[in-house]
Design a protein around this ligand. Structure first.
Ligand code: SF4
Length: 102
């Protein structure tokens, strides 16, 4: 379980740089740097679309395919805190886990 700080303010799940998603999926099977990872849980909040009514969770379960990351333990994230970036992203590929370290 990790605390998530997320700057993807146009994601359906984003609230005050917190994440309200029930769980997170991070992709990046071949990633050897952070920009090659992405948040698969991202849903673009199009104009007029309501955002999640949930509050950000203190800690979230993260499944992660970026096996080359130091924090990856059997496809689970072991970091206490991660930062997800991707301002104005329209697709998952435009987001990334900036905490990735190999
Ligand atoms: S810190 Fe590493 S293991 Fe955790 S979500 Fe980011 S890339 Fe995956």
């Amino acid at each position: 379980m990790s605390h998530i700080v997320c700057t993807v303010s146009n994601c359906y799940y984003n609230k005050r740089e917190g994440c309200t998603a029930p769980a997170l999926d991070v992709d990046g099977e071949m990633a050897d740097e952070s920009r090659l990872t992405c948040c698969d849980t991202f849903i673009e909040q199009k104009p007029g679309m309501k955002s999640s009514v949930q509050e950000p969770k203190g800690e979230t379960q993260i499944s992660c395919k970026a096996k080359k990351c130091t924090y990856n333990d059997n496809e689970r994230c072991d970091a206490q805190r991660i930062v997800v970036n991707g301002k104005n992203a329209q697709h998952t590929e435009e987001t990334c886990c900036s905490t990735f370290i190999s």
